[in-house]
Design a protein around this ligand. Structure first.
Ligand code: GDP
Ligand code: IMO
Ligand code: MG
Length: 429
């Protein structure tokens, strides 16, 4: 068997959580392969809404196992808060959740480092979620990190102390005033105390060699879906650097983030919104700073699932989408939030980028180049509710035209269209 991959093609928040949940009944295992609690994956069903940060979005189906892969970084405090929140709704995640020994831990001092690093950047700050993502991946690659598999080691406390000391020295060198700074509303010492309590509880979870487990499961004929976090345009190599996250969000990340050979990657599903959003700083060629952008934000309830920040909104960007499709080798497209465009009489799509008078034939190195201009094509909106649409065949004509246009431009079929946040508001071709 092969591992299918589902990932975001834009700047994150495409609706990965919803679609992974919809696909879960067809898979034995759902495995998150990168990112950490910077992610916020929303799942809605039966009038309930859940936002997951670390736990894979397959957790609501009891017969599917969920793995937090080695490429993910975990903040035990946030992880345990998620576990407790699910338990309040009668979902006992520990029953179908496994954690890779090789996943790295986010220390409270990683979060402090993130805060001082961001504040030192002033106007050019990345707009990080401040969950300690950059500093934790930095320690991983600098070979200083602590991993889930170290939790039971006799030297864990000493290693924690040494690493925290290094962090505090670095933080001191920034000369930033952290007085009054809190971590999710808690003073550092209080957060650290709860972090250790969470560590204590984490030891009772099923901590496994994730790569062995997955490869054996595939050999036994089990089906696996890899769940991405963030989106392709936030990839550390190919995104709008430096306004990116610190991991490989593209399909190749599933291989390193789970310990499976590229030979074992199967179908690649790419998710995109019918328009574009971005949260945090960085270039966004099709951003709308006017009332149209505000209308997209309002219709789409575009506020961050993790931070609550308003998301920046704009028209669909085809050059960026095609670039993402190329990097990931997308087989199938999934279009989300079509309903958000219901009220629009006209819809614009960016078909090309122009630099001066020249149409670019390649995605540019620097998206923030002042000379870069999106070239728009205007299309008729469907201008009606999709509430009563029950199948792909009965989509309004202008929505079908929009989908056909995207398929023609990208060369990839759109096989699923999402018309609302609920599990059931999902149309398949
Ligand atoms: P993720 O990070 O990719 O999982 O996406 P988020 O959960 O951060 O953001 C997607 C938001 O859109 C969530 O609030 C979802 O409930 C919501 N959503 C998902 N699909 C649709 C859809 O088709 N229509 C509407 N209106 N909302 C959707
Ligand atoms: P999901 O999985 C949208 C953005 C942040 C910031 C940049 C770096 O829900 O799609 P970081 O915290 O990683 O240092 O932030 O990346 N970002 C996301 N934007 N969705 C996400 O995840 C994101 N995770 C990080 O806003 O601009
Ligand atoms: Mg999100």
């Amino acid at each position: 068997m092969k591992v299918d991959v589902i990932l975001g093609l834009q700047w994150g928040d495409e609706g990965k959580g919803k679609i992974v949940d919809v696909f879960t009944p067809h898979y034995d295992i759902i495995a998150r392969f990168q990112g950490g609690p910077n992610a916020g994956h929303t799942i809605e069903f039966d009038g309930k809404k859940f936002v997951l940060h670390t736990i894979p979005s397959g957790i609501f189906h009891r017969s599917t196992l969920n793995l937090i892969g080695n490429g993910v970084i975990i903040d035990p405090f946030i992880f345990m808060r998620e576990i407790d929140k699910l338990a309040e709704s009668g979902i006992h995640a520990e029953e179908n959740l496994l954690i890779s020994k090789r996943a790295h831990l986010i220390l409270p001092s990683h979060r402090l480092l993130d805060a001082v690093s961001e504040s030192s950047k002033g106007q050019s700050r990345i707009g990080s979620t401040l969950k300690g993502i950059g500093p934790t991946y930095t320690d991983k690659f600098a070979r200083n990190g602590l991993r889930v598999g170290n939790l039971n080691g006799n030297d864990f406390m000493e290693r924690y102390r040494v690493l925290k000391e290094i962090h505090l020295r670095t933080i001191g060198s920034y000369n930033t005033d952290l007085a009054g700074f809190t971590l999710d509303g808690l003073a550092f010492d209080e957060y650290e105390k709860k972090w250790f309590e969470a560590i204590g509880r984490m030891k009772d979870f099923r901590i496994v060699e994730g790569e062995q487990f997955l490869n054996k499961s595939l050999d036994e004929g089990k089906s696996v879906m890899a769940e991405g976090a963030q989106g392709t345009l936030l990839d550390v190599d190919f995104g709008s650097y430096p306004f990116v996250t610190s991991s490989n969000t593209i399909a190749a990340g599933a291989s390193t983030g789970l310990g499976i050979s590229p030979h074992r990657i199967g179908k690649i599903y790419g998710i995109f919104k019918a328009y574009c959003t971005r949260v945090g700083s960085g270039p966004f060629p099709t951003e709308l700073m006017d009332e149209t952008g505000a209308l997209l934000r309002c219709n789409g309830n575009e506020f961050g699932s993790t931070t609550g920040r308003p998301r920046r909104c704009g028209w669909l960007d085809l050059p960026a989408l095609k670039y993402a499709i190329m990097l990931n080798g997308v087989d199938t497209l999934i279009m989300m939030k079509a309903d958000v465009l219901n009220t629009f009489e006209k819809i614009k799509v960016c078909r090309d980028y122009k630099s001066g008078s020249k149409i670019l034939d390649e995605f540019p190195f620097d998206l923030s180049d002042a000379k870069l201009d999106p070239v728009y094509l205007e299309m008729k909106g469907w201008h009606q509710s999709l509430d009563k649409v029950a199948s792909f065949d009965t989509l309004p004509q202008h929505l079908s035209d929009y989908i056909n246009f995207i398929e023609k431009e990208t060369g990839i079929p759109v096989e699923i269209v999402s018309i609302g946040p609920d599990r059931i508001q999902t149309l398949r071709k």
